[in-house]
Design a protein around this ligand. Sequence first.
Ligand code: SAH
Length: 239
Amino acid sequence: MAALIDYGSFYDLFKQGGLDVTQSDYDSFSLYAETLCEWNERMNLTAITDPLGIAQKHFYDSIYPFSLLIVSRETPLSLADIGSGAGFSGLALKLWYQNMDVTLVDSLNKKVGFLQAAAEKLDVEVKCVCGRAEELARTEEYRESFDVVTARAVANLRVLCELCLPLVKVDGKFVALKGKDAEVSEAKGALRTLGGEISQVLKYRLPDEDERSAVVVEKIRETQDRFPRSFGRIKAKPL
Ligand code: SAH
């Protein structure tokens, strides 16, 4: 069985979000889906393996919210995807926004191994980093160094703010991809403490009607040196 729905169906799916997929885009997504399914037999990367599920819940879900924020596919931005796992949303975004300077971060070695192999197969240049976000944020190289930091399905928003906001440049953005519940009210204190301000909460549906939110946070001030704390502290005493 093919790993992805055919080009016509994939085109129609993305068209529902106003996105025009070319044959060459499709070929890349298809190769990504194939590689994902192949590796998924050896290690646990995703529970979603049906061709339509991969198209909607991985590719569309990764790209559609960003298409509302970054209209031109040529925009050059630096973006870090924290807890990238099998590459959602960061590696999928790189296929859509080819001038994006993408860094994929995951704390698990084997996931980073997959990301490297997939990027190589797809012939795209992305930086794959094995590490914990809160530790990278304490290094000079990564702290406040990205235009955009994003994360999907890594932690609740309150905790995620402390993992991600220290990596965002002042005037940059943190975009959290969430389910129906955007978890905004519990995260207000953390956002303020870390120098963030919510600019918008996008509410939308996938083509299969599943409800999603994307929380867009503007970094308005530098993050104080004492953040992020160790993961133990972040979990035990969330801001
Ligand atoms: N974003 C992907 C994967 C979600 S699973 C998707 O939506 O499909 C969460 C991933 O985050 C796991 O691969 C885990 O190893 C990683 N992770 C969890 N905490 C992290 C941290 N503090 N820093 C970096 N990666 C982390």
